[in-house]
Each structure stands twice: as C-alpha cells, then as structure tokens.
Design a protein around this ligand. Structure first.
Ligand SMILES: Nc1ncnc2c1ncn2[C@@H]1O[C@H](COP(=O)(O)OP(=O)(O)OP(=O)(O)O)[C@@H](O)[C@H]1O
Length: 875
C-alpha cells in the first residue's frame, strides 16, 4: 500500500491474454536439426569455461585481495537526541563534558557565540520534551499541547533504529556503539560512510567533530585507528586524509573547496574530484590538527537556530593503504568517509535573510536531494520494477556519494534531533523521512580497491603535488615559511619510505591487471553470446539446406523416371523405324545389289533378321506340323537363293537406261495389275508389296512418303511381306548355292511340296527382265565401264532430256526415305528418276535455309562417294 501498488485478491488468478509464444519448428526442420546436431560438433563450451577466466575475481584468492562481497546488510540508522538545556547539562555534569572547566574553549570557537546565546535566552523555552525514548531502538514523539488541539496531532512511535542515544549519551558512548564497528570494518578493509542528518542546531557538527574538550567521531576514529596501528607492530599501513566542503556562495552555484592547508577550489568531472589533496597521516594528533585547521576554514554563520551553523557540506576521507606484504590481504585498502551535512533550516526559525537565506535554500535543496536518493533506493529495492531514479545528478554532494546512495557501498546514518516542543515539527519531519531508510539493504556490496577512479585521481594529485613541491621549492616560499616546512615535513615521510612507494606502484599494477582481467572476462562473455547467436543461425540455415537437398533429390528421381519412360517409348518407336528402315535397305539392296563388303555384310545381317522374322511369322501362322519341320530348310534355301536374286537384280541394273525404264514401266504395270488381283494369295500379295517397294525406288517423293508411312505403320507386315518377297524371289531363281549338309537332312518332299507354290512366284519374278541373264560377278571391269558410261550419259544433259531437273517441291522426308533416295540417285543418276529424287531431296529444304544448289552439290557428293565405293566393289 505504501508504494501505491494495487491490492490483489488472493483467490484471483492473473491470466496473460497474449502470452509470449515461440515459433514451433516444423517436423522436417526438427528432423533436419536432429541430423544436423549429430553432424555438427558441439561448441567447446566446457573448454572455454575451463579456461583461465574466473567467473568472479573474488573467488581467486590470488587476485581478490582488494574486492570483497558482503552479506546482505541493512542501512544502519542511529538517532541521537540533543539535550534540551545545554547549560543545565553542563551544570549537571554531563559525562561527555569531561572538561567542563574549559567550556569557554569549546572547539570550534565562534566569536559571536556569546551574543547568539544571549539572543536565544531572550525567550525562555519550555523544559518539556516532545520525544520520549522507549528503548534503544524506538522513540515516541508527542506533539505539544497547542498542536494537539489545533491540528489534532497525535503521538507517533518511530522504531527500528540501530540505537537511540539519549540526551545524556556521551560522545564516547556514541562512538563505541556507532562508529567503532565502522572503524573496525575499515581497519579490516571494509569501506564505509557515516553521515549526520538533522535540522540546524541539532548537534550534527557536535557529534561529528565535537570539541577539543568533547571530541567527536572524527577525532575518536583517528585515535582508534592509530591506536590499533601502534599496537600491531607487524603491520605498517599508510593513511591519507582529505577534507573538503561543498558550498554555495550567495546561491550562485555549488562549489567545492579543499579544506586542507593549501587547498583551493576543486572541480568534479565524471563523479571524480580533481585537485583534492590527500595528506599522509601517521599519528592521531597530526590528523586532528589537520581537521582542526580544516574546520577553521569551513563556512559557518550565526543564525537564530545555531550560533555556529554550518553553511556547507563537509566531507572527510580517510584512506587506508596496506603495505607491500599485505598485497594478498583483503584489507589492503579501504576508505572511511564521514560527512557532516548542513542542517535543514526553516526561515521562521532561523530568521535568515539575504545571503543566509540563499545559503539556506542551497542547504535545504541538498538535503532534499539526498533524501530523494535514499527514498528512490528504498523503493527500488522494495519493487525492482521501479527504476532507480538519478536524483544524485541534482547536487554535487549526491554526485560524489553516488555509490553510497545507490547501495553499492556501506553507509551509516546518524540522525540528530532536538527534543524541545518547538522542534516537534522538524523532528517529526526528519523521522518520517528517515524511517524508510532503515529498510534499505546493501546487497553484495563490492568493495573497490584503492584503484578506483576517485582514489586514483586523488592519489595522482597527491603524487603530482609532491613532485611539484620538491621540484619547485620556491613556490612554497610564497606561502610562507611555516607552510613550507609543514609541507616538507608532511611529504618527507612518504619519500623516506621507499617501501611504501613500491607498494603503491605494485598496487597500481595489480589494479591494472585486475581491470584487464575484468575486461577480458566481459569480452569473452560477449563473444560467447555472439557465437551462440551465429550457431543458431547456422543451424537454421543448415536445416533449410537439408530440406532443399531432399527436394532436389526427389526431383532428380522423378526426372530419371520420366527419362526412363521416355527412353522406353523412344526405343519402341525407334525399333519400329529401324526395322522399317532395315527392311527398306534390304529391299533396296536386293534391288540394286550393292556388292561392297560393307553393304553386303549389312545386307546379310538384314537378311538374317528378315529370315528370322520370317520364320517367326511362319510359326505364328500356324503351319501344319509337317510344314513346320521343313520351314528351316526352306528358309535356308531362301538365304541361298537371295544371293541369286541379288545377282539377278545386279544384272538388271547393268542393263541400259531404256531397259531400266522398261523395267520400271513393267513394274508399275505389274503393280497396277496386282491391285486388281485378289489378295487372298499371300504369296501373290507379298509379291505385290515387294514390287511396290521396288517401285518405291523409282517413284516420286510423294509416293516415297506414302510408302515410308506404310512401312512405319505396318512394320510387322513389312517383315512378312519382305520375307515372302525374298521367299518368292528365291524360288523364282535357280538355286546355285548348295545348302549346308546339316540342312540337307530335311526331307526333299517338303521342298517339292513348296516348289509348286513357288513356281507361281517364279512366274511373277520372271517379269523381271534379264533375271535369267545375270552377268558374271567376276567381271568387275566390265561393270565399272558400264557405270562410267552411265555417269557420262547422265552428266551430259544434252544426251537425255530426262536429266533436266524440275523445280522440286520441298517436303520433309524421313531418314529412311533420304537414304533410299541417295541410293536411287546412285544407280539411276542418268535416269529420269534421278531428277525426281533430287527434286524430292530439294523439297526437304523448302524453307530456304540451305540453297538448292548446295543440296544438289551434297547429293552429287554422295553420289561421288558411292561411285568411289562402287569402284572398289568386288563382285
Ligand atoms: N549532545 C550535545 N551535548 C552538548 N552540546 C551539544 C550537543 N549537541 C549539540 N550541542 C551543542 O549545540 C550547539 C549546536 O550544535 P551544532 O552546531 O553541532 O548543531 P548543527 O546540527 O551542526 O547545526 P548546523 O546544522 O546549523 O550546523 C553546539 O554549541 C553544540 O555544542
């Protein structure tokens, strides 16, 4: 309720409407990731962690001497109540005023003290106290009767104080309870700060500095420190003291002044005071004298509330530096800070005007900022969601005490209040303000070494000042002989202890090493985080890559399947075409009798294929068993007779051109006659087809196309037809070749039986002229001469008008037709058919990409090539 947070019902359940969600990984990505994790080696996290980069330098005993972490500790708040009647207390023999006889020499002296005291005593104050001490930790504040009636104010109890010092408490008691533990920690190496808060005239300065007769916490602490040092002969530590004040002169702004002997104005840069002198102290008396001199320089003034009212914030630092032997010790360095703040003032009470009023504004403002910083720290610790406000930026005091006000360093508060009824409002205001401070905790306070910025800055300033003193001694002359001697005495001590100087240098080096260590540690952590991010990115990229690879593999498989299907389809189509082309080649070869070895070999192969297919077809026709037994012998006879047919055709080609024309005419006539014949006779039908193929060689390109299409569509029929044709041709010719002896074992009856049917074919084949007049194949020379005559005859267009070329029609021809055309050109180049073939060939290039002339030349080149082959023919 205090922080204004809404109260929630215990049975209420808070449900986030839009909870944070993480993107779910796809199953494929998960699978890929699992594969990826197995493929990618894990990052050597353990190795990195096992490196010489400690998580916390404090854990390393070798380097943690200057840094410590303390347990959770609350801010200690003490309360001290100033006596009502100082004179009465003095008269009554206050145990704190041991030197009551020297009351006239109360330190610090205020020349207008007597006058102010007289003014104060003009009005007699009531002896009634508004504050009642319940116990050592709580007090009750009762409003005066007048306030109770008008404002209906009630008594308030404030508890939780570390200790409440009564009016009768002495300085020693306060020191023993409040400051002595702090000094003990300081001697152990723990830094701490004591700050006095309270209204003007409540006894802050009295408590902190005291008087020569009643020394305050600072003198007592210094005595405590050097008393301890003198008792411990084994240790030789160095202590440096610096004192300065923050003052606002006439409200023109805050300024800092060094209160040391030759101190001047200071500046603050980045929370660091520059120019502050540290004075090495080795004795308590020496330190006390320095503090006394500083207090004489502090700004004070007479107000209605206090004859010796402090107008500035005074801060004293005692820095402890261990010697070289204690470098490894944790207590090598600590700072004890004691701050005496100027008390808040009310204009009515103080009656300030002019400059004093401006000073009061500065003082009140600084006190307010100080309180806001502690309030913000308290609220931040209670509710971490509330940010820690940066109120410290509003004053130099809070800037300097930033670490303390942010809970990074240990701090102790001493609240001083006045017990009079007229001080009720100031008292209650302070207690209400400071009560929450008791709940402030210092969690994991890190004790900085003597190498922090501020300390190093002051140290460097001190060393620089020391060097200046020795290098320019005449500068000290201007300040007076006394100060020169004091400075020399003050700085000769450190120079006379080279051990201490070496310790300082070693500590500086150690601090540098620690700093580098921390930097490297942070750097490694940052690198580690970055590497983790890159690893995650790499994983995601690998997952995507894996998925893409899988898709590519599937696409390849699909492509191969399609290619296989395409290949199978293509093979089936090509096989049909090849068979048709091969059959056509056989027909052409059989008709034009290519006698070269190559062509003969091809012919034989084709012949074999045809024979085999013929056998298969015959078997599929369902012959009678007796017929089937003699089929092989018949086929062999066909093979042997095919050669005879070939020779017969060769003989027919050797005939003159008119004769060829006659043959072609006969063939055409025969085919026309066959069209009218019944096709029931398979032999007759096959013969017709055979002659159609023969005609195919000499017909026009249109007819060639038609025939080629028929060949492709009816390849099986073509086999049958060709087989029949060969069969017929073979029977039509006289058998000259002797069949194989193994085959002769076939019955002659079957051959005689077939001879009757073949005689019909023989009659048909008899239509081929000169089939009976086959020239001897050995007469190669005569054949070449005839071929030469043919070439000459064809090359001379004047001899025959048939050689004149007609304008061809460009049509696309299949390869088989082109081959047939080339062969036909070879054999009938001087014939009118040659012009037709050439015409058909030019039709192929009707698009004009290739000139007719070029095609003609190519055709002629083919012819020349074939002539050359023919010239080498062996018959
Ligand atoms: N506990 C005390 N015992 C005896 N005298 C005290 C005590 N506290 C304060 N005094 C006296 O009261 C007077 C005012 O005290 P002091 O100057 O310390 O007040 P202050 O809080 O510092 O005021 P300011 O904030 O204006 O400086 C001094 O003369 C001081 O001696």
């Amino acid at each position: 309720m205090e922080d204004g947070s809404p109260v929630q019902c215990p049975n209420t359940v808070t449900v986030r409407r839009n909870p944070h969600r993480r993107a779910r990984a796809t199953p494929a990505a998960k699978a890929a990731e699992s594969n990826l994790t197995s493929a990618i080696s894990s990052f050597p996290l353990q190795e990195i962690l096992a490196m010489d980069v400690p998580q916390n330098p404090k854990d390393n005993s070798s380097a943690s001497s200057s840094v410590q972490t303390s347990l959770s500790e609350n801010l200690k708040v003490y309360l001290r109540v100033r006596p009502l009647q100082l004179k009465n207390l003095k008269k009554s023999g206050n145990p704190g005023d041991q030197n009551s006889s020297r009351s006239g020499h109360v330190w610090p002296q205020n020349p207008q003290k007597k006058k102010a005291a007289k003014e104060k005593n003009v009005k007699k104050k009531s002896n009634e106290a508004c504050i009642t001490i319940n116990d050592d930790h709580s007090v009750t504040v009762c409003p005066p009767m007048a306030l109770q009636e008008t404002r209906r104010s009630k008594s308030e109890v404030y508890e939780g104080f570390s200790h409440v010092f009564s009016m009768e408490s002495s300085q020693d008691e306060v020191y023993e309870r409040m400051v002595s533990p702090l000094v003990e920690d300081f001697l152990k190496g723990k830094s701490g700060m004591l700050t006095a808060l309270g209204p003007s005239g409540s006894g802050k300065t009295h408590t902190i500095f005291g008087s020569p007769r009643v020394p305050g916490m600072v003198p007592l602490a210094l005595q405590h420190i050097f008393r301890t040092e003198s008792s411990d002969s084994k240790t030789s530590r160095s202590y440096y003291l610096s004192i300065f004040e923050i003052y606002s002169e006439k409200g023109k702004g805050e300024k800092m002044y060094d209160l040391s002997a030759d101190g001047g104005e200071l500046t603050m840069q980045q929370f660091t005071i520059k120019g502050l002198k540290e004075v090495l102290i080795s004795k308590a008396g020496e330190a006390e004298s320095l503090v006394a001199c500083a207090m004489t320089k502090r700004a004070t003034a007479i107000t209605n509330a206090n004859s010796t009212s402090s107008r500035s914030q005074c801060i004293i630092n005692v820095r402890r530096v261990a010697n070289q032997d204690e470098v490894e010790d944790a207590s090598n360095c600590a700072i004890l800070t004691i701050a005496d703040l100027a008390g808040a003032e009310k204009e009515k009470r103080t009656g300030n005007q002019g400059t004093r009023l401006l000073e009061a504004n500065f003082i009140n403002n600084t006190s307010m900022v100080f309180g806001l910083c502690l309030r913000s720290l308290f609220e931040h610790q209670r509710n971490p969601k509330k940010p820690l406000q940066k109120h410290f930026q509003n004053s130099l005091l809070t800037k300097y005490l930033r670490d303390y006000l942010e809970g990074k360093k240990r701090m102790t508060l001493i609240l001083t209040v006045k017990a009079g009824e007229e001080d009720y409002l100031d008292t209650t205001f302070l207690l209400r303000q400071a009560s929450p401070y008791m709940k402030i905790k210092f969690n994991n306070v890190v004790e900085p070494s003597n190498t922090n910025k501020r300390q190093l800055q002051t140290l460097c300033t001190f060393e620089e000042q020391k060097r200046t003193k020795y290098s320019v001694p005449e500068a000290c002359v201007n300040e007076g002989k006394r100060h020169h001697k004091e400075d020399l005495l003050a700085h000769e001590e450190p120079s006379g202890h080279p051990k201490g100087t070496a310790t300082e240098s070693s500590r500086t080096e150690l601090a540098g090493i620690e700093r580098n260590h921390l930097i490297l540690q942070n750097f490694s952590q940052a690198i580690w985080k970055t590497l983790k991010q890159y690893r995650d990115k790499l994983k995601s990229a690998e997952n995507e890559n894996q998925i893409l690879r899988e898709e590519i593999r599937q696409e390849k498989m699909r492509y191969f399947e399609l290619e296989k299907q395409w290949q199978s389809t293509r093979c089936s189509t090509c096989s049909k075409k090849d068979c048709a082309e091969a059959d056509s080649s056989v027909e052409v070869a059989s008709n034009f009798e290519l006698n070269s070895d190559l062509e003969e070999h091809r012919f034989n192969n084709s012949h074999k294929i045809i024979v085999n297919s013929f056998i298969k077809v015959k078997e599929s026709e369902g012959k009678s068993p007796e017929r089937r037994g003699s089929s092989l012998y018949e086929d062999i006879n066909c093979c042997s007779k095919l050669d005879e047919v070939k020779e017969a055709h060769t003989d027919s080609i050797d005939e003159t051109t008119p004769r060829n024309k006659c043959n072609t005419a006969k063939k055409l006539t025969y085919v026309e006659a066959d069209d009218s014949c019944p096709t029931t006779n398979p032999i007759a039908f096959s013969t017709q087809q055979s002659h159609k193929l023969v005609k195919h060689d000499s017909c026009s390109s249109v007819e060639l196309d038609k025939l080629s299409e028929q060949e492709e569509s009816t390849s099986v029929e073509s086999h049958l037809q060709i087989g029949s044709n060969i069969h017929c041709d073979a029977h039509a010719c006289e058998t000259q070749l002797v069949p194989d002896t193994s085959l002769n074992q076939s019955t002659s009856e079957e051959s005689d039986r077939d001879s009757g049917a073949l005689n019909e074919d023989q009659e048909l084949l008899g239509e081929f002229p000169d089939s009976q007049h086959v020239p001897p194949t050995e007469d190669v020379e005569s054949y070449q001469e005839q071929e030469h005559k043919k070439d000459v005859h064809c090359s001379d267009p004047s001899t025959d008008n048939s050689c004149k070329l007609e304008k061809p029609k460009r049509r696309l021809l299949p390869a088989s037709s082109t081959l047939l055309r080339d062969f036909s050109n070879m054999h009938v180049e001087d014939d009118i058919e040659a012009s037709k073939v050439l015409f058909a060939y030019q039709q192929v290039n009707r698009n004009g990409k290739k000139s007719a002339k070029g095609e003609k030349l190519r055709t002629q080149g083919n012819i020349s090539l074939i002539r050359m082959l023919k010239s080498n023919l062996r018959f």
